[in-house]
Design a protein around this ligand. Structure first.
Ligand code: HEM
Length: 342
């Protein structure tokens, strides 16, 4: 095992799951526009805590990019300057990417913490890349894939900006989520590759079933994302305080999403039986079945008990863990020991 890269990739993965959870909490609390600009928050590295800090103030030194709220518009300082006794509009320009001008300190700080965690996670992924460079000759796939992860984090940050610029367009949020899964996939590859030891091979039938259940999870993911987009629109129409209306008349994708879970359970139990029969390690399938059961309980709570607090972020996090466990298991089965391949 390549201990150093294994260690760094484990921490990189944990940090990305934390960012996924934080992003889901941002959505649950409706904090997505807590910082109307990007990458700074109202033009500051540390965001304001009170609405009055965003009023124009006399004799204050403003830096380029600082934001104030004036007559229901966001105004951005076009240069660094000292404000006098009265406001000089020549120093300001209207922010035109969207017209969202509400300030809510909780939303701002929830979004700010999400961005902070994203930045910390980016640094850990960068650390993984630097550490993997030690292995550029012996195991070039490690630095190459770690580099993909660094690029992925950069693209993800940019996608985060497009989400804010679009005032939280549901399709942009989905793209942001898909990118998170791509990053997770690349990191899982690095972790599996740095482990170095291939798992005992399952029979062809069992391998096909494991691949099939992974594909089924991907379909569940796609349907789930569609359900989430629908709910995002419902929240805009019915309001965030009326969860009983969000799935009042769901689209067909919701019913398929709900029913397909049964197929996922049946397939996983079948896989479990074969794993026991073929005397393979049981930890992956046990974890996978655990995730599926928790996922179904959370889904039932959301639908029948009107989205109790925390169920939405947890449903997403567990789905990401389920995806990861299935992909990692397949990688550990398929990736040859590193001393045998490049
Ligand atoms: C294997 C089982 C399941 C998996 C892998 C799964 C996965 C997902 C995923 C990935 C999302 C998108 C989350 C997001 O983008 O934030 C989602 C959303 C959703 N799923 Fe599932 N799901 C499963 C079972 C169920 C079941 C059984 C139900 C209902 C009885 C359900 C109800 C929902 C609802 C209501 C949403 C929208 C959540 C939101 O607004 O945050 N899911 N699911």
């Amino acid at each position: 095992m390549n201990k150093a890269v294994f260690f760094w990739s484990t921490w990189a993965l944990l940090s990305v799951y934390l960012v996924i959870l934080a992003g889901a909490v941002v959505r649950m609390t409706g904090s997505g526009m807590g910082c109307p600009d990007w990458p700074k928050c109202f033009g500051y590295l540390i965001p304001p805590t009170e609405r009055s800090q965003l009023d124009w103030q006399p004799d204050k030194s403003y830096k380029k990019g600082n934001v104030i709220i004036l007559d229901n518009t966001l105004q951005v300082a076009i240069q660094t300057f000292e404000s006098g006794d009265t406001i000089d509009l020549k120093n300001w320009e209207v922010y035109t990417k969207h017209d969202y001008t509400t300030f809510n300190a909780t939303h701002t700080w929830v979004e700010f913490i999400n961005r902070l965690l994203g930045a910390i996670s980016g640094l850990i992924v960068l650390g993984l890349f630097v550490r993997s460079l030690w292995w550029i000759r012996k195991q070039p796939l490690l630095p190459i894939f770690s580099f993909f992860a660094v690029v992925g984090m950069g693209v993800q940050a940019w996608l985060g900006k497009t989400v804010v610029d679009s005032n939280l367009l549901p399709s942009k949020i989905s793209l942001h989520m898909i990118m998170a899964l791509l990053i997770v996939s690349v990191l899982l590859f690095v972790r599996a590759k740095s482990h170095g030891k291939q798992l005992k091979q399952p029979s062809k039938n069992l391998l096909m079933l494991i691949v099939g259940s992974f594909v089924l999870t991907l379909i569940q993911f796609g349907l789930g994302v569609d359900v989430r987009q629908f709910i995002d629109y419902q929240i805009k129409q019915a309001g965030s305080n009326a969860p009983q209306l969000w799935l009042d008349r769901p689209e067909i994708s919701f019913y398929i999403h709900r029913s397909l879970s049964l197929a996922v359970v049946v397939l996983s139990v079948w896989i479990y039986k074969l794993v026991v029969k073929e005397r393979l390690t049981q930890k992956y399938i046990q974890f996978i079945i655990g995730c599926i059961l928790v996922e179904i309980i959370l889904g039932i709570l959301m639908y029948y008990v009107d989205f109790p607090w925390g169920t939405q972020p947890l449903h997403l996090l567990i789905a990401a863990l389920l995806f990861s466990a299935q992909l990692y298991w397949l990688l550990r089965i398929k990736l040859k020991s590193y001393d045998l391949s490049i």
